[in-house]
Design a protein around this ligand. Structure first.
Ligand code: FAD
Length: 288
């Protein structure tokens, strides 16, 4: 099933994102996480892809295959391209095809100073074109409500976003944000630019202070005063911070759904407890 077709339902699409365990950790830990996530009945679960440059690593494909076969949930496999040749990407796509994974989130991947990019794919739009030409997959792309960190301006980023859609992305998932106003103003610009595909809002609950600091450095998300006050007030009390973080994410989602968002994509950070608390708090809202 194509992810874009889920948006024809009369309610926001709700999905979860997980990441494969670190290479040193046992792969089975992810199945414990999934055992705890499956009854939340998300519309799909996405699995991130390490941008490490090892095309022989089938972890994302293996986990996505199990999401489909073991849990009966639609998987979305992430795939980055900047460190791969066309031949390597073709190899990864063949594995996904063998596992009957139909939906791919096509990404450039971050530029790692320790790895020289292969230069066969410079941008996500190059990968999208390549996958589209294969004809076997439905393609999703990433978007950035506050602009990608490397982009000269939001307008320029939106120009390139349009190229991704024209190349074949039929659905977009946003980078995390903590201030919904950025998302609304982005949506207005994107729609004005003629991008009509469904766009899911990416929401990341705060689990701890270090995690948020790392994420914000990486993606440049703005932190509204309400958010920083919450962090300062509860930074020394992990349980209070977790409760406040869950309440903040729920508040963001209630507002987004009230404003008619296409869908919510929850960055679970592989934490089923937090994902469950949030999902249970918004079940009625999503299905209203
Ligand atoms: P692109 O769309 O290629 O954009 C990258 C930059 O290049 C932007 O600044 C854009 O404005 C610019 N640009 C685009 N096209 C052109 C052009 N033709 N000419 C000049 N400039 C251009 N990373 C991982 O490693 N693994 C994951 O699984 C993963 N999952 C993600 C999921 C989501 C929902 C999001 C939002 C991000 C994810 N990332 C992941 C991070 C992502 O790889 C990085 O943000 C990366 O830096 C950009 O990827 P992109 O696909 O958005 O790139």
């Amino acid at each position: 099933m194509q992810i874009a077709s889920l948006f024809q339902k009369n309610r926001p699409v709700f999905s979860l994102e997980i990441f494969p365990p670190k290479r040193i950790g046992p792969i089975d830990t992810i199945y414990k996480t999934l055992d705890n996530l499956k009854d939340l009945q998300p519309d799909f679960i996405s699995v991130t892809y390490g941008a490490g440059g090892n095309a022989g690593d089938t972890t994302t494909a293996d986990i996505a295959g199990n999401i489909l076969n073991r849990y009966g949930i639609l998987p979305l496999a992430h795939l980055t391209c900047v460190n791969y040749s066309r031949q390597e990407i073709g190899q990864i796509l063949n594995i996904l095809k063998e596992k009957e994974i139909k939906n791919v989130l096509a990404l450039r991947g971050d530029i790692n100073p320790d790895i020289t990019p292969k230069k066969e794919f410079s941008y996500a739009s190059d990968l999208i074109k390549y996958i589209k030409d294969k004809g076997d997959f439905y393609i999703s792309g990433a978007c950035y409500p506050e602009g990608h960190v490397e982009a000269k301006s939001l307008d320029e980023d939106i120009k390139y976003l349009k190229m991704k859609v024209e190349a074949g992305a039929s659905h977009l998932i946003s980078q995390l944000f903590f201030d919904n106003d950025y998302f609304y103003s982005f949506l207005e610009k994107v729609r004005k630019a003629g991008i009509t595909v469904p766009i899911q809002a990416g929401i990341m609950p705060v689990i701890n202070k270090a995690q948020i600091e790392r994420m914000v450095t990486l993606c440049g998300a703005s932190l509204p005063a309400k958010f920083t006050k919450m962090m300062q007030r509860f930074e020394h009390s992990p349980e209070a911070l977790r409760q406040a973080g869950i309440a903040y994410a729920v508040d963001q989602i209630v507002d987004l759904v009230s404003q008619g968002v296409d869908g919510i994509h929850l960055y679970t950070m592989n934490n089923p407890f937090v994902a469950r608390r949030i999902t249970e708090s918004i079940q009625g809202i999503i299905n209203a």
